[in-house]
Design a protein around this ligand. Sequence first.
Ligand code: R5P
Length: 301
Amino acid sequence: MKPKALSKPVLLCFEDEQANGARIAAAGHLNLAKIERHRFPDGEIKLRLPDTLPEHVVILRTLNDPNEKLIELLLAAQTARQLGAKHLTLVAPYLAYMRQDIAFHPGEAISQRIVGRFLADLFNAVITVDPHLHRVATLRDAVPVASAIVLSGAPLLSDLIAARRQQPLLVGPDEESAQWVALAASRHGFAHAVCHKIRHGDRAVEVALPEQAVAGRQVVLLDDVVSTGHTVAQAARLLLAAGAASVDVAVTHALFCGDALQLILDAGVGEVWSTDCIEHSSNAVSMATTIAEALESIHAA
Ligand code: R5P
């Protein structure tokens, strides 16, 4: 795959994200090209980009399992500039390291700030979806790049829920989900509420249900990310024990570490729907058109 015309922006993607790359390129009428990747026996990687690049280059890399991908971005972005790129955009549908936004204990790295600065030094623009910004107001506070664009999966998940469930009650499993729950609920006038959560460890959470009556309701738990699954599994158990008619899960970022999906299903969850920000069997809505529109706004500026 080589860019057809050097004046048209090109979207570069890695082999494991070609399907999403093709969807975004088709929606945005972009040229699509592949970054080839070789892993040496010692674990180092070598990348190869198309040997000539246009002025506007977009790199797609969703940052689940982020550690090696951050090195790939360092290599790819600097090589793209050497090959002619003047304006580089990162499309990271899932942006990693956003949750560690303060030093919870003395000596802890504030990963959000460090990773944010790293990306800002490489790219002119960053586009992401529902970043976990809790104690900072804007994406630019976390990733100090000239153009920082935040999209949301909540509207499309809301449309899907409206098509699949009758008068659903949207419930956020913790206070931090309130922003996405409110956005999704307002689109179709759904009733909504959020739980209270106390986290005791990576896999230990305590959830308290909201006061809203749930008996007989079709409840959809909506959150930005499911990681170990313990948050939504615990909320689902409580909702079903309180008489909810059904509990489904809608999530932007399907991290689903280890046995997370099974844990959620074992808790009584009926269906799990996610966006394609991270490729997963639960993907039910695509962010490609929304991302392509954001790219168009950058390239038109
Ligand atoms: C944190 O507040 C996030 O919004 C999620 O609720 C959390 O990351 C989910 O983690 P887990 O699936 O491991 O409980």
